[in-house]
Design a protein around this ligand. Structure first.
Ligand SMILES: *[C@@H]1O[C@H](CO)[C@@H](O)[C@H](O)[C@H]1NC(C)=O
Ligand SMILES: *[C@@H]1O[C@H](CO)[C@@H](O)[C@H](O)[C@H]1NC(C)=O
Ligand SMILES: *[C@@H]1O[C@H](CO)[C@@H](O)[C@H](O)[C@H]1NC(C)=O
Ligand SMILES: *[C@@H]1O[C@H](CO)[C@@H](O)[C@H](O)[C@H]1NC(C)=O
Ligand SMILES: *[C@@H]1O[C@H](CO)[C@@H](O)[C@H](O)[C@H]1NC(C)=O
Ligand SMILES: *[C@@H]1O[C@H](CO)[C@@H](O)[C@H](O)[C@H]1NC(C)=O
Ligand SMILES: *[C@@H]1O[C@H](CO)[C@@H](O)[C@H](O)[C@H]1NC(C)=O
Ligand SMILES: *[C@@H]1O[C@H](CO)[C@@H](O)[C@H](O)[C@H]1NC(C)=O
Ligand SMILES: *[C@@H]1O[C@H](CO)[C@@H](O)[C@H](O)[C@H]1NC(C)=O
Ligand SMILES: CC(=O)N[C@H]1CO[C@H](CO)[C@@H](O)[C@@H]1O
Length: 487
C-alpha cells in the first residue's frame, strides 16, 4: 500500500464533511477582467493560528498552508497570471469545480466531489446515495483519476500540482481544527459561507465553554483506546482532546505516559476518572462489547469493593452512536467539522439536565445496551430520517445560571453524588478559568511553534497520534473502480 493511499483514506475519515461552503457565483474575472477590481470581496480572516494564511490581491489570492509549508496561488482569470513568486507549489484557477477526496455535500456541492478514497466509509446519507467513484492514485500513471479533477484534497503532501494539503490534526484545538473549513472554502470562493458558518459554531462553542466554567467540581475524563495488536492501552492526550475536555468544564486525565503495556499501570493512571470515553477501533472484535471491554481492561470479575467509579456507575462511553451500514462511524467522518456538537455531547454526558432536550450526537453509553443508529442512503432527502450531524442546525446558546453544584432534580442526583458541596464554587471556578487560560496559552504557543518550526510536519496527523483507529483502517486497500463521470 502506498503512502498516498493511506493518507487519502485518512483524509476521508478526518476531513469528511468539513465544508459548508457555498460556491460563489462564477466570477466575472475569467470572462472580462479589469485591472484594479477586487474580485474577492468576501475575505476570510484566521482567528486561531490554525496553520494557514491567505493574502488577497484583486484577481488572485496567495494561500499558504504553514503546517505543510506549501503555497498555492489561486487566480480567477482565464489564464494563469504572470506573477513571479518563489515557492509557489501550484497555480490553480478558482473556483474549482471538480475535486477528489472531500465529503463536500454540505456545500450543496455534491457535484463538485467526483472521487472519494473509499466510498464504503462514507456516512453522510446523501453522499452515500450519490455513490461517488473511488479515487485512484496510481502514482503518476496517466490513468490517474486526479487528471479529471481540479484539485485533490489530501492529508499528506504530494509533489503534484493538483494536490492540496489539508493539515488538520488532533494536535490542533477543536476550533483550530474546525477553522480549516475556511482554508477549503478559499478554493471554492466560498469565504462568506465558511466565515458565517464558522462564526456560528464558534459562538455556540464559546458560550457553552463560558457556562461550564461555572461547573465548580470538575469531573475527570479519560479518553482511552486499546490497541489489540500491540496489546496495550493508550491514554489519549492530544491537544484536541485536552482542550475539548477543559472546555466542557471537566479535567482531562493526563499522564507522562501515553501507552501502557502493563494493565495495572493503566488502571492506576485512570483510577480517578469520573467517566471514560473509549476510542478503540469500533470494528475490533476483541473489544466490541462492554463485557469484552471489561475483560480487556481487567474489571470483569473484580472485587466490587475496589471497582473504579466509572465501572461501578457504568460511565463508559463510545463514539459509535452513528454508523453507516458497513459499520464505519460518523464520529470519525464528521465530528471535526462540528466542535459545537462535540462539546455539547461532552457536557450532556456529565450534566444531562444542562440542556434537557439535547441527546448526544455521537457519544453513547457503552455500558448500556444503547443501540447505534444507522445513516443510510435511504435517509437522504427524508427529513424525519436520521441525517448527518453535519446538517444539524447550529444552535444558539445563552449565558446560563445552571446550578452545577446543587442536585438538580431528585431523579438526577446521581450526577452529583461525588460532588463535595463544601468546595468553594468561586475558587474552583477560578481554577477552571486558569486552566482554560492555560489551554488558550498553549494554543498560542503551539500556533507560534507551527509558524516558526523549521521542518513543518507535512502529515495531517501522525499515525501514532490516533492509536488503533487509523492504523487498522489504513490497512484497507483502495479498490480500483472504473472511472466515470457521475453526471
Ligand atoms: C498572513 O498573511 C498576512 C496578510 O498577508 C501577513 O501580514 C502575515 O504576515 C501572514 N502570516 C504568516 C504567518 O504568514
Ligand atoms: C511575464 O513577466 C516577465 C518578467 O516581468 C516577462 O519577462 C515575461 O515576458 C512576461 N510574460 C508574459 C506572458 O507576459
Ligand atoms: C518551505 O519550502 C521552501 C521551498 O518551497 C523552502 O525553501 C523553505 O526552506 C521551506 N521552509 C521550511 C520552514 O521548511
Ligand atoms: C497505468 O495504467 C494502465 C492503464 O490503466 C495500466 O495498464 C498500467 O498497469 C498502469 N501502470 C501503473 C504503473 O500503475
Ligand atoms: C452555506 O451554504 C449552504 C449550502 O448552500 C447553506 O445550506 C447554508 O445555510 C449556508 N450557511 C451559511 C451560514 O450561510
Ligand atoms: C501516571 O500513571 C502511573 C501509573 O502508570 C501512576 O503511578 C502515576 O501516578 C500517574 N501520574 C499522574 C501524574 O497521574
Ligand atoms: C449507562 O447505562 C447503564 C445501564 O443501562 C446505566 O446503569 C448507567 O447509569 C448509564 N450511565 C449513565 C452515566 O447514564
Ligand atoms: C436565549 O435567550 C433569548 C432571550 O432571552 C430567548 O428568547 C431564547 O429562547 C433563549 N434561547 C435558549 C436556547 O435558551
Ligand atoms: C467534603 O469536604 C469536607 C471538608 O473538606 C470533608 O470534611 C468531607 O469529608 C468531604 N466529604 C466527602 C464526601 O468527601
Ligand atoms: C479509514 C477507513 O475507514 N477505511 C476503511 C474504508 O473502507 C474500506 C473498505 O470497506 C476498509 O477496508 C477501510 O479500512
Amino acid at each position: 500500500m502506498s503512502l498516498t493511499t493511506a493518507t487519502t483514506l485518512f483524509l476521508i475519515v478526518f476531513l469528511g464533511g468539513t465544508v459548508f461552503v457555498d460556491s460563489a457565483p462564477a466570477g466575472d474575472c475569467a470572462t472580462s477582467w479589469t485591472e484594479g477590481t477586487d474580485y474577492f470581496p468576501d475575505k476570510v480572516s484566521i482567528d486561531y493560528f490554525s496553520g494557514f494564511n491567505v493574502s488577497y490581491h484583486n484577481y488572485y489570492k496567495i494561500v499558504t498552508n504553514n503546517r505543510a509549508n506549501e503555497t498555492y496561488l489561486l487566480y480567477c482569470t482565464l489564464t494563469r497570471p504572470n506573477i513571479s513568486l518563489t515557492n509557489v507549489k501550484s497555480y490553480l484557477q478558482v473556483p474549482v469545480k471538480n475535486v477528489a477526496s472531500l465529503d463536500l455535500n454540505m456545500l450543496g456541492l455534491d457535484s463538485a466531489i467526483q472521487y472519494i478514497a473509499n466510498p464504503e466509509n462514507v456516512t453522510s446519507p446523501c453522499l452515500q446515495k450519490a455513490k461517488k467513484s473511488s479515487f485512484v492514485d496510481s502514482g503518476g500513471n496517466n490513468s490517474d483519476t486526479s487528471n479529471s479533477v481540479d484539485v485533490v484534497f489530501s492529508s499528506d503532501s504530494k509533489d503534484s500540482d493538483k494536490y492540496v494539503t489539508v493539515s488538520r490534526g488532533n494536535d490542533l484545538s477543536p476550533l483550530q481544527k474546525a477553522e480549516w473549513i475556511k482554508f477549503v472554502s478559499l478554493f471554492f470562493n466560498g469565504e462568506k459561507n465558511a466565515t458565517d458558518t464558522f462564526n456560528n459554531i464558534q459562538e455556540n462553542y464559546n458560550c457553552n465553554t463560558q457556562n461550564l466554567i461555572m461547573a465548580a467540581n470538575a469531573k475527570n475524563i479519560a479518553w482511552v483506546a486499546y490497541n489489540s495488536v500491540a496489546k496495550e492501552w493508550n491514554l489519549i492526550n492530544d491537544l484536541y482532546y485536552t482542550v475539548l475536555t477543559l472546555n466542557a468544564g471537566a479535567m482531562p486525565i493526563l499522564n507522562a505516559s501515553r501507552t501502557f503495556s502493563q494493565l495495572s499501570s493503566f488502571q492506576s493512571a485512570i483510577s480517578h476518572a469520573y467517566l471514560i470515553i473509549d476510542l478503540s477501533l469500533i470494528t475490533d472484535e476483541n473489544i466490541n462489547t462492554y463485557d469484552k471491554w471489561l475483560k480487556v481492561i481487567g474489571y470483569y470479575s473484580y472485587d466490587r469493593s475496589s471497582l473504579p467509579a466509572f465501572v461501578e456507575k457504568r460511565r463508559v462511553y463510545r463514539t459509535d452512536k452513528l454508523l453507516n451500514k458497513l459499520g464505519y462511524d460518523d464520529w470519525s467522518a464528521s465530528s471535526g467539522a462540528r466542535p459545537d456538537l462535540v462539546l455539547r455531547d461532552l457536557i450532556s454526558i456529565q450534566y444531562p439536565t444542562y440542556e434537557r432536550e439535547y441527546l448526544p450526537t455521537w457519544l453513547e453509553n457503552f455500558s448500556a445496551s444503547d443501540t447505534s443508529k444507522f445513516l443510510t442512503e435511504e435517509n437522504c432527502g427524508i427529513t424525519s430520517a436520521v441525517q448527518s450531524p453535519l446538517f444539524a442546525p447550529i444552535s444558539r446558546c445563552n449565558a446560563s445560571d445552571f446550578p452545577f453544584d446543587k442536585p438538580e432534580t431528585s431523579t438526577r442526583t446521581s450526577h452529583n453524588e461525588d460532588v463535595n458541596s463544601s468546595y468553594s464554587k468561586k475558587s474552583k471556578g477560578l481554577t477552571s478559568i486558569i486552566l482554560v487560560s492555560i489551554g488558550a496559552l498553549l494554543l498560542v504557543v503551539i500556533g507560534l511553534a507551527f509558524l516558526l518550526k523549521k521542518k513543518v510536519r507535512s502529515k495531517f496527523i501522525e499515525m501514532k497520534d490516533e492509536p488503533t483507529l487509523q492504523m487498522t483502517q489504513t490497512e484497507g486497500e483502495i479498490r480500483i473502480i472504473k472511472v466515470e463521470e457521475n453526471a
